[in-house]
Design a protein around this ligand. Sequence first.
Ligand code: FAD
Length: 449
Amino acid sequence: VASVVWFRDDLRVADNGALTAAVGRGGPVVAVYVLDEVSDEIRPLGGAAKWWLHGSLEVLADRLGGLGIPLVLRAGPAEAVVTGIVEEVSADAVFWNRRYGAEHHIDGRITSRLRDAGLEVASFPGFLLNEPWDIQTGAGTPYAVYSPFWRANLDRIAHHPVAEPLPVPGSAAGRAPEVPGETLNSWKLRPTAPDWATEFAERWTPGEDAAHERLLEFVDSGLVDYVRSRDHLDVDETSRLSPRLRWGELTPRQVWHAVAHHQSEAARTFRSELGWREFAWHSLYARPDLHERNWRVAFDLFPWPPLDQDALRAWERGLTGIPLVDAGMRELWRTGTMHNRVRMVVASFLTKNLLIDWRIGERWFWDTLVDADPASNPFNWQWVAGSGADAAPFFRVFNPERQREKFDANGGYVARWLPDLDSPDYPDPIVDLAASRRAALDAWESIRH
Ligand code: FAD
């Protein structure tokens, strides 16, 4: 009999509770990854995310192979695929690491089915520092404001310290049964014609090994300057751990322990950014439809005008004539990421200057970010749009020109992504910043009460 480990957003062998438990049982272990694009609870991955997934699965298969564990790839509805494989290998135990979006309902159904059939099923924490049900207000509701939320996390950590990361388990005992799977290439996760991802590979190396390298490098040299790089666009030395955390190549507790003994302001700020990640995920756990529904219902009445397709396209392509917005959108398209400050600026510009519904921008990011995740992406879009939990107030409209002067003072960021800025082909602004800001504030006035 074998144990099955079902991998999802946890593409690593270190600090992996499910894998450690399976190996610890002593028999053969089969690992499974399911590409599920059809279950109701699943939001199919965007293009940039698929690019990352391909690279990360390659590394995972290799590392599992070293432990004598085959990684079986199958596409289809997770419930049928997982229960099918469990039967094929006559497994008597199934383990996975928890997930917190709507997909956890799939996990619940599979758990019931397998337990009814007499199998051992167990799920493990690891994706978050604290479980959502452990961090609640006195009234037993999820926090809607960040500061008390993060204080409650730090209090809990003071009493229940963040678990020490688990080491890579030893090899599985016994030969795993042969199970037919699909090949990674047959999934066509990476683009070919045209290959829009050439610069992704220059910027990123997916996979657990590179994730650890980046963490060490950041703690050694990036962290001291973190407060500055968080705002200065040309410094570009934030941790760049977001895709690694999103895909679970690293756990937040590994990151936490790597910086826990640093007492600097930079380290505290960095930890509180991990706190925003937690806040986004706890919010998603409370509201699984975060990417579809306004957190604040008053925004359901917001008078979004009919969609201006030309303006949307100009925003997507980085052709709005507003240099900082265009630089950010081109960085995103070419590299699958964008500096946090510029994400806020382009999101503010779309929702407030162009008056385009945040959900439309969120979808573009979902398709183009390598770190696109079902919690942080809608959470932050709602935060900028003003409809979210503890959101920036709607009347706070970022002025992209001021932001550029302040945070790209020597022009390095814009010059890097907009080499055509001074050419005659560079477009004139598609909106007047001041007039569109006033129109947005008028629209907001109409729902304010
Ligand atoms: P660092 O500054 O080094 O921060 C460390 C870690 O903290 C990050 O890796 C990330 O896991 C977490 N973090 C930092 N800021 C935030 C934040 N505001 N919200 C949640 N977690 C945060 N982040 C995503 O991971 N996925 C997304 O899909 C995503 N979409 C966003 C959309 C918009 C409109 C905005 C404004 C922000 C979005 N962010 C998203 C948050 C943030 O921009 C990125 O996490 C950050 O830029 C990643 O770079 P880094 O790893 O160098 O971050």
